[in-house]
Design a protein around this ligand. Structure first.
Ligand code: ADP
Ligand code: ZN
Ligand code: ZN
Length: 724
């Protein structure tokens, strides 16, 4: 018998199957991980097919050395998924396979944890220990507790006493497998009576297919998800529940833990290697039956899926931003289809794209238009900051916001202040000549951080000394530009001297559990103000938050891509959703310099449908997705000549494609990327916009044109999140 093997090395040259003989003494099936000879070396590979014949010369064919496990580590469904993903996203076989197995397991870096336990070997003659006081205490403790971890014993009583007892044969040691449990806060399971709206939503999810659960913030979607999962578990099937990394808060995790206990496995980026290893293994063996996690949990090694749920469907983080690039939604759709189970995606602000699909009947729409507790959504007041300027107020805060904050403080409630950027202020700019401080490796603006008085590059992390003179013209009028979370905090502290003011952004949460500590402190302090970035926008359920302030709503509007208005609408709705979730009424102060922009009108009225209609019209007219397809191919290399040459030869081939599909291509051009350099890699790109009619076919033709680029790293994106 022969095996088709994919070599576990992610290069263009090895992106195919290699045939090996299966020695008769080895039992090998599809999905096995094996060790094989490759050139002069021994490498790891994955068996994707087992067959009776091969085209390889039988005199030359090599044999598999051994199997790594005695079972297939890649299940049949995942082999099918691999083929689908390679085709759909133009990826290499190995890059896809690597997504299916955590690197801890694939690289053999983590293994099961065994812990030594101490017990008494038998009856002990206490007389013998009259003078060895410490040893006596150890024995008594073991008599009481039966068994104790060796490490704990040593910690409490010291090495030598424990060792002495082991040497005398009084203590015997046992090895026991120990599960590493991801940290989550303890919480009681909230038992709520489902309301009619929730019951209807649950009943609507009946058979396979894609469902869009459009429910306002606080409508009780989580409860719907959990009931759907319970139903599936009762039928003996398994479930996957995805949440964006950013809203994978301790609160969300403990809610699920409280309901499902140990049948949950958590998969997210802050797990330790050992924790990830154990959680993944528990899913693989069936000990855990619900995978809860961020994007990559869609690859959970569960079979018999009964449901897949994707919360906060509109979140960008469901599309991986780096190689291998894939869209979680497409993967989820594949798995749901393979298992014949429903896929439920939920959001208060669905993407224009998925709502259009619902409109066309490709996705079934379920609506939850009111909050679960019957409370109104908070009132959103649009505050014209140009007017504030005219009135002589040039500070970050409007008079209204300060007055409302004072109210919150008086009533001992809580407020959240949201802003789009981190850092004390964004850019360092010369007021004389316009010079902007940039990273030498990345060609992006540096961001000033007050805490350590440094300029930092947010793309590569490189740090620079703060400038006191402009390197271009010598002027000392070099200053920070716009405001950030740090500045807001320091100005609020001046105004509200005795009030607790907390900050949450990438900088304050980089330490382990940093997130949780800030949230806990906020939860237990009243009055308090929490200032933060995107991180405070989602998933949090604080009962005493009665005010939300949005500082620079416009920020997200002028990013210059066709989705910026959509993003702005989503952000306002999500942030506003944090206010007035419980007994108390909530209010939102939305500060903007363009108060008449249509997005604010719709957002302030929570009019998603109105907003969608407007966007739909605009995008139809301008031929933007979902009414067209945008393809961006990014070439990057440290040698600018290499990228330019490879881009050029790709573009020449593309010109021929355009001749053949002239009517299908709306736009095509090659250019330097807006960010010309990242980590010393030069970046060039081709952008193509396609009509929808034959877009899959044309996309494949376009992809073929990139295959000649062997030196540059090539990143192929459909409807990219960012063009920079
Ligand atoms: P969403 O995810 O839709 O924004 P959540 O699922 O976080 O909303 O629910 C908002 C709040 O409403 C939570 O505190 C939740 O416990 C509560 N809740 C959910 N369903 C009910 C219900 N049927 N009755 C009362 N409270 C509910
Ligand atoms: Zn940099
Ligand atoms: Zn200058």
């Amino acid at each position: 018998m022969f095996a088709s093997v994919i070599i576990d090395q992610d290069t263009k040259a090895l992106n195919r199957e290699f045939d090996y003989r299966i020695p008769s003494e080895l039992k090998i099936e599809k999905g096995f991980r094996v060790l094989v000879p490759f050139g002069q070396r021994t490498v790891q590979g994955f068996v994707v097919d087992v067959k009776e014949t091969t085209d390889v010369d039988l005199k030359k064919i090599k044999s598999i050395y051994s199997a790594v496990e005695d079972y297939p580590i890649i299940k049949p469904e995942m082999l099918e998924l691999m083929k689908f993903m390679c085709q759909k996203f133009h990826l290499r076989l190995t890059s896809v396979l690597r997504l299916f197995i955590p690197s801890e397991i694939r690289e053999g870096k983590a293994r099961e944890l065994f812990v030594k336990w101490a017990t008494l070997a038998g009856e002990v003659d206490m007389e013998k220990f009259n003078r060895a006081k410490v040893q006596r205490k150890i024995i008594e403790k073991l008599q009481n507790q039966g068994k104790i971890k060796l490490l704990d014993l040593k910690d409490e009583f010291g090495q030598s006493a424990v060792k002495a007892l082991i040497d005398k044969g009084v203590i015997k040691l046992e090895l026991e497998k120990q599960r590493r449990v991801p940290h989550s806060t303890k919480q009681e399971d909230k038992k709520v009576q489902l309301n009619d709206m929730q019951k209807r939503a649950i009943a609507a999810v009946s058979d396979s297919g894609v469902y869009l659960l459009h429910g306002v913030t606080g409508s009780g979607k989580t409860e719907v998800y959990m009931h759907l999962i319970s139903k599936v578990l009762a039928e003996g099937k398994n479930a996957v529940m995805l949440v964006p990394e950013i809203s994978l808060t301790p609160q969300v995790m403990s809610t699920f833990k409280a309901r499902f206990g140990d049948s949950i496995a958590l998969l997210h980026s802050s797990l330790s290697a050992g924790e990830r290893f154990d959680e993944w293994r528990r899913l693989f063996t069936g000990d855990a039956r619900v995978a809860v996690g961020a994007r990559s949990a869609i690859f959970a090694p569960l079979d018999k899926l009964g449901i897949i749920i994707v919360d906060e469907q509109h979140e960008q983080s469901y599309i991986s931003e780096s190689n291998p690039r894939y869209d979680t939604f497409d993967v989820a759709k594949f798995r749901a289809h393979y298992n014949g189970c429903p896929l439920v995606v939920g959001s208060a602000t669905p993407s224009v794209d998925i709502y259009q699909q619902a409109k066309e009947g490709k996705v079934k729409l379920i609506e939850m238009p009111t909050r679960a507790n019957g409370k109104e959504l908070p009132k959103i007041q649009i505050i014209d900051m140009m007017n504030e300027l005219r009135m002589g107020n040039s500070s970050i805060f409007s008079t209204q916001l300060i007055a409302d904050l004072a109210n919150v403080v008086n009533e001992k409630k809580q407020a959240m202040i949201f802003m789009n950027r981190r850092g004390f202020s964004s850019f360092m700019m010369c007021r004389e000549c316009g010079y902007l401080a940039k990273c030498t490796d990345c060609d992006v603006n540096l961001v000033y951080h007050r805490e350590d008085n440094r300029l930092k590059c947010h793309y590569c992390g490189k740090q620079y000394k703060v400038l006191d003179r402009c390197p271009n013209c010598g002027s000392d009028k070099i200053k920070q530009g716009a405001v950030g979370t740090e500045r807001i905090v320091s100005e609020l502290k001046e105004i509200f001297k005795d009030v607790k003011i907390l900050r949450m952004d990438n900088d304050t949460t980089s330490r382990k559990n940093g997130h949780e500590k800030i949230l806990e402190e906020f939860r237990s302090t009243k009055p308090a103000i929490l200032v933060g970035t995107q991180m405070i926008a989602k998933g949090h359920d604080f009962e005493d938050v009665t005010l939300v302030g949005i500082i620079d709503a416009d920020q997200s509007l002028y990013r210059g891509d066709y989705r910026s208005t959509e993003r702005c609408f989503q952000l306002i709705t999500q942030v506003s959703g944090r206010a007035g979730r419980s007994k108390f009424e909530g209010k939102v102060d939305l500060q903007t310099y363009s108060p008449r922009h249509y997005v604010y009108k719709f957002a302030a009225n929570y009019d998603y449908k109105g907003f969608f209609k407007k966007e739909e019209n605009l995008r139809k007219t301008a031929a933007f997705p979902p009414f067209s397809k945008i393809i961006r191919i990014l070439f990057a290399h440290s040698d600018e000549n290499v990228v330019r040459d490879e881009l050029k030869s790709c573009y020449n081939k593309l010109l021929k494609v355009r001749e053949r599909y002239f009517d299908d291509i709306i736009y095509m051009d090659a250019m330097k990327s807006p960010i010309k350099k990242i980590k010393n890699s030069y970046r060039y790109q081709v952008v193509v916009r396609l009509k929808l009619d034959h877009c899959d076919e044309v996309e494949n033709e376009i992809f073929k044109c990139t295959e000649g680029a062997l030196k540059s790293s090539v990143f192929f994106e459909v409807n990219p999140e960012s063009m920079s």
